[in-house]
Design a protein around this ligand. Structure first.
Ligand code: ACO
Length: 431
């Protein structure tokens, strides 16, 4: 990393700070403000962290202006076309593409850690029948620290590895248990003879009463969606995992915190929100009315699935998913479903609208993923759970990177205080 010195000067007092800049392998230079307070007595102010790098990371690179997304240096388009989710998991966790022997060993380890402790299954009976699956999944993942505490020494590299395999392997099983609870159907145990995505679909859709045939297009679509959602550098949920884990908290709790952050409609909850929005719009003839609402400053309505904090050109994941979306709809004969027609028409209207063009609001990954999930028969309440399954490997990779970073400290932001100044307590009778 090459380094330069930046001088930041307060013109009123003449106090200056000498700040180093750092260059990564790609992306903008960063100014290191760690010594700013010691040199000037001032903090930086950056709500939403739009200009702040919170850590060094070698996992994922995004160029939002150019629409570039790299996992460990590999373009996501190449991984989507040539790799599998399980190989991408290895790449994110270990930093390199595996040899065949390494891949087989990793795949086997994931396949043989898919079962969850039987007692954990009973937790689901404690949830209300109409509990949201994200509520159940975040709760049950948090509970994993009560089941797998024998391997939770975060300073032990082997413990960290066991944790990473366990959570990647068990997330689909926990998600399927939540889904079956919602449906009132019996839980289906994982099958180790199936690959990751086939096993996931089998646990979701099979029932003990009859045979279930996996559709290869559905398996391909799920694997692609998992690859595209696997990591996205310091997004809200990943930063949450890092922050929660920075205290030395056990990793299951940190991942549960990430799942909770992902649930929000401005983040991973957007895929479910897109479907709810489409149902609310109801018909192609209402599109203009809702686009006008989205543009109205006094109306809280936003076009869900449009816009992104980082991508101001296009979301490369959305381009790939869009093609898969058409393939899935074609294959399943759903192209004339009114909701899909509505989604495609809304996309066209927004892409040509001056407001969306000027503000660089393009369809994001979640606009199309929900449409695919719906076509595959997955209930909207499970859409964000699907995102959580995919992102788990990203969260784990970031957590591992943080724990093994010699510079890592507990995350503890500062603030610009705007409350009352120091004042004396008044007895209740005198207020
Ligand atoms: N519909 C209408 N207007 C929008 C939308 C939208 N979807 N998104 C942004 N805008 C407008 C804002 O009102 C704002 O207008 P202004 O400049 O006149 O104030 C401007 O565009 C910039 O928007 P911000 O909210 O400041 O941008 P930010 O980077 O903070 O937010 C976000 C990005 C949260 C994704 C936002 O675009 C949004 O809410 N989109 C809808 C929800 C969504 O699809 N989230 C999924 C993101 S992808 C993911 O997490 C996997």
């Amino acid at each position: 990393m090459s380094e330069k010195i930046f001088t930041l000067k307060d013109n009123t007092t003449g106090v200056a700070a000498e700040l180093q800049s750092h260059e990564g392998t790609l992306g903008p230079e960063v100014i290191d403000v760690r010594k700013l307070y010691a040199q000037t007595g001032k903090f930086t102010f950056d709500p939403g962290f739009a200009s702040t790098a919170s850590c060094k990371s070698a996992i994922t690179f995004i160029d939002g202006d150019e629409g570039v997304l790299l996992y460990r240096g590999y373009p996501v388009e190449q991984l989507a076309a040539k790799s599998s989710f399980i190989e991408v998991c290895y790449l994110l966790l270990y930093g390199e593409l595996p040899t065949q022997v390494e891949l087989d060993k990793f795949d086997n380890s994931i396949r043989t850690h898919t079962m969850i402790n039987e007692t954990m299954l009973r937790l689901f009976n404690g949830f209300h029948h109409d509990a949201h699956p994200m509520a159940m999944v975040s709760g049950v993942v948090g509970s994993m620290s009560a089941f797998y505490h024998d391997t939770m020494d975060i300073q032990n590299a082997r413990h960290r590895e066991i944790f990473s395999h366990r959570i990647v392997a068990k997330l689909p099983t926990i998600a399927a248990a939540a889904y079956k609870h919602t449906l009132g159907q019996p839980f289906m145990y994982p099958r180790n003879d199936l690959d990751y995505s086939s096993n996931l679909l089998n646990m979701f859709f099979s029932v003990p009463a009859e045979d279930f045939e996996l559709d290869p297009v559905a398996v391909e679509a799920i694997d692609l969606l998992l690859i595209l959602h696997a990591d996205h550098e310091q997004n809200c949920s990943t930063s949450t995992v890092r922050l929660a884990g920075s205290s030395g908290a056990n990793p299951y709790s940190a991942i549960a915190a990430g799942i909770s952050a992902l649930w929000g409609p401005a983040h991973g909850g957007a895929n479910e929100a897109v479907l709810n929005m489409l149902e609310k719009i109801g018909s192609v003839k209402n599109i203009n009315k809702y686009v006008a609402k989205a543009k109205d400053k006094d109306d809280a309505f936003r076009l869900m699935g449009f816009g992104h904090r980082v991508y101001k050109n296009f979301d490369p994941r959305a381009t790939i998913i869009r093609d898969m979306c058409h393939k899935v709809l074609e294959k399943l004969g759903r192209k004339d479903d009114p909701l899909f027609e509505l989604a495609l028409e809304l996309e066209q209207v927004a892409l040509k609208d001056d407001y969306f063009v000027e503000k660089k609001l393009y369809p994001n990954v979640d606009f199309y993923s929900g449409i695919i999930y719906r076509a595959l028969g997955i209930h909207p309440s499970m859409f964000t759970v699907m995102f959580a399954i995919a992102r788990t490997v990203g969260w784990v990779s970031h957590w591992q990177e943080m724990i093994t970073d010699a510079e890592h400290r507990i995350g503890r932001p500062r603030q610009l205080y705007t409350g009352p100044e120091n004042r004396d307590y008044l007895d209740v009778a005198k207020r």
